[in-house]
Design a protein around this ligand. Structure first.
Ligand SMILES: Cc1cc2nc3c(=O)[nH]c(=O)nc-3n(C[C@H](O)[C@H](O)[C@H](O)COP(=O)(O)O)c2cc1C
Length: 254
């Protein structure tokens, strides 16, 4: 996490927290995120049990089991102190320990505990139901993140977009971020008009990266923003604020 933040420039960056069941390690992750300059914590709440993912099962795809995506753990003494040998020398033992601490069913009490550990804003990611939005706010969330994890959890589950209006209503003045299935600027415009404060893109960024690295990703994002700007103009809105205002008025009248 300390390496990535150095490259984010002026772009606000969240640290995504999978809360380990080891509180010392959890506190250390939160502290490291705060000290290294992240502007908020993104607490993922919807993947404590993974959905049935045939493509991942077919290829045995879980990067951590191959020792990938583990640097935040391997660079933390609250993780490494439980290992007999350095993590890179005995990855099997390191992963066994990771499996022990990763098993955690997140509760509202955990969210209240995280709240006591940091002044950073906390976004709770994985909210789909208005009651959960209300409970998350009551228990310390500053931002609600409405998502169905890109449809990667429940096959044939209800789309996140359908659930967004009720979540926005329940969240009141609390900002609501949104993702899942945003492929075109028009998708983003619809989510913004339905009350999302910000919209995230998941897989398209990875597709762009795999096609041609950072250059392709930059091109993709620029094209996305240019089309969004054009589409706003064609719909008669000067900017996103005007779109959101019109979305609010529509919601009030419907
Ligand atoms: C390969 C992959 C890995 C992901 N890993 C995480 C994760 O570790 N934590 C998390 O909160 N979301 C994770 N997500 C979900 C994304 O953050 C995001 O919610 C989702 O991809 C948005 O939907 P979209 O891909 O349809 O745009 C992952 C998504 C993909 C495709």
């Amino acid at each position: 996490m300390e390496d990535v933040i150095k490259h984010t420039g002026e772009t606000p960056s969240f640290f995504q927290l999978y809360l380990p069941n080891d509180r010392e390690l959890a506190a250390s992750f939160i502290d490291r995120a705060e000290r290294s300059g992240y502007c908020g914590l993104m607490l993922t709440a919807d993947t404590w049990t993974l959905g049935y993912r045939p493509a991942d099962l077919e290829t045995g795809n879980f990067p951590q089991f191959r020792g990938l995506c583990m640097e935040n753990y391997y660079s933390d003494k609250n993780f490494t102190k439980h290992l007999a040998k350095p993590a890179h020398e005995d990855q099997a033992a390191a992963l066994q320990h990771y499996l022990k601490i990763f098993v955690n069913s997140l509760s509202w009490e955990d969210l209240r505990w995280i709240r006591t550990q940091t002044k950073l804003p906390i976004a709770v990611k994985g909210i789909q139901h208005p009651d959960d939005a209300r409970l998350a706010i009551e228990n310390g969330a500053d931002v609600i993140y409405c998502t169905n994890h890109g449809g990667r959890q429940a096959n044939s589950g209800i789309s996140a977009l359908q659930l967004l209006p009720a979540v926005v209503k329940a969240a009141g003045s609390t900002p609501v971020m949104f993702d899942s299935g945003v492929r075109n600027p028009t998708d983003a415009i619809i989510a913004l008009a339905l009350g999302a404060t910000a919209v995230g893109i998941g897989r398209p960024y990875a597709y762009a990266l795999s096609y041609g690295g950072a250059e392709s990703l930059t091109h993709h994002l620029r094209s996305f923003l240019a089309e969004l700007d054009l589409c706003l103009a064609i719909c008669g809105f000067q900017d996103i604020a005007a779109l959101k205002q019109a979305g609010c008025e529509l919601a009030v009248h419907s």
